[in-house]
Design a protein around this ligand. Structure first.
Ligand code: SF4
Length: 258
């Protein structure tokens, strides 16, 4: 493995994020979710490389094929890539993509698609004895998700670096949380990782694609906009926000107490 300057930079920030959020503990077994995109190629590569500060852990790579490509050409490429990494891995073929785009579900394919995919991922974690589930979401994904949740979900929230689920049975971890998409893609290019095109018809017109374009546009005038949004998530001033929504009962009780 070539220890380029970029590799060392990414490793440093992966280990900082993982340490700050206690993502990996000794003897954890991590299910590394590999989508076929460059981001998860990079995640896999970095997690399989020797760690300086993180404790020893085991890992299993896992891919859910969404069924957009009936010829499975991409799957063969991914299979070869995973084989070349010498790790334990599993590929699962599904028809989640076409199902999420069926006539009955035209309005919001992403919701159903993500939901069923998550189900498969949790089942895989159970099957392969993993307690941590690693996603390749990076800093830009967190920034975009914050805006998506505000624009469309009416809430201020994002994907967090370490999230316990099912009462702590699993933890969803995002070791690339402190790394920008630009650097992730640069490293993937430098390393010649394969890119499997997501043939989902919704992807180019998704909310994420819209927010990405919007940020690119703002960035022309304010080159720090992404970094500023990311930093703002650490500088929350609840006193300068609205109080949480109250139910009518809460309002009545509050009025009675006044
Ligand atoms: S863009 Fe396509 S692949 Fe991604 S969540 Fe939406 S439906 Fe699924």
């Amino acid at each position: 493995m070539k220890k380029t300057k970029l590799y060392l930079h990414l490793k440093k920030w992966l280990e900082i994020a993982a340490s700050e959020y206690s993502m990996i503990k000794k003897n954890d077994r991590v299910l590394i979710c590999v989508s076929g995109g460059l981001d998860s190629d990079v995640l896999l590569d970095l997690l399989l490389s020797p760690m300086l500060y993180l404790p020893e852990f085991e890992s299993v790579a896992f891919h859910v094929d969404l069924g957009f490509d009936p010829q499975h050409e991409g799957l063969t490429v991914l299979d070869n890539f995973l084989e070349s990494k010498g790790c334990e891995y599993y590929l699962e073929k599904t028809d989640i993509g076409p199902l999420a785009h069926s006539i009955k579900n035209r309005k919001n394919p992403c919701f159903l698609c993500s939901r069923i995919r998550r189900k498969h991922i949790f089942e895989a974690a159970e099957k392969y004895g993993c307690n941590k589930i690693a996603f390749a979401h990076h800093k830009d994904d967190m920034i975009e998700t914050l805006l998506i949740n505000m624009f469309y979900g009416r809430e201020i929230s994002t994907m967090v670096p370490n999230q316990p689920v099912f009462g702590g049975k699993y933890h969803l971890i995002r070791p690339l949380a402190y790394i920008t998409e630009k650097l992730v893609k640069k490293y993937a290019g430098e390393s010649n990782f394969p890119y499997i095109q997501n043939k989902c018809p919704t992807e180019p017109v998704s909310k994420r694609a819209y927010v990405k374009k919007l940020l690119d546009y703002i960035e022309k005038d304010n080159k720090n906009v992404r970094e500023n949004i990311f930093k703002s998530m650490r500088h929350v001033k609840p006193d300068y926000l609205l109080r949480p929504e109250m139910t009518l009962t809460d309002e009545v009780e509050a009025a009675a107490e006044r």
